[in-house]
Design a protein around this ligand. Sequence first.
Ligand SMILES: [Zn+2]
Length: 165
Amino acid sequence: MHAITVHQPYAWAIAQGGKDVENRAAPIGAQHIGTDIAIHAGRQLLPHGAQDPRIIAAARRAVADGRARTVMGLLDGSDLAFGAIIAVARLVDCHPATDRRGRLCCPAWGEALHGVRQRPAHHLAWTDVRPLPTPVPCRGMQAVPWPLPPAAAATVIAQLNHTER
Ligand SMILES: [Zn+2]
C-alpha cells in the first residue's frame, strides 16, 4: 500500500470532512489510479486551516454528527492526529484542475493553483474513504505517493478488515 502525507487539518478533512479532492502541483503516477492510498496526517498544523470556511463547515458537521467533540478542538489541532495514518481512500482519478477553456472542476475542494509557488494544480479524487478507528503512527514523506512500511501497512489493513462493513 502507498500513502500520501497531507498537513492538518486537511488530512482530517479527507478522513472525516468530505474533502474528496487533494490538490497537488504534479500528477500522480497512473499506476496508482484505482488503488487504495493511506491518508497520512503530517506533523504540522497549517495555520490558515482554521480560517478556511470549508474546514469550519466540515468541523461543525462533524460535531453535529457526534464524530468530533468540539469545533475548536479540530481548528486548533488539539483533537487531531499528527504523524499518523488516519484513513484509507480509493484514488479514483487524477486530472488537471482546469480544462482547455480554463474552467475549474471539482468544487468545493478543487483549487486552480497549488503551493507557495502557485503552480497549476492537479486534482487527486478520492472515494470510499475509510477512517481508521485508531491512527497508526508513522513517519511521513514528501513523495506522492510513498510506500508504506510493511509493519504500518499490516496494522492499517488489520484495522480495515476489522471494521469491514
Ligand atoms: Zn477536478
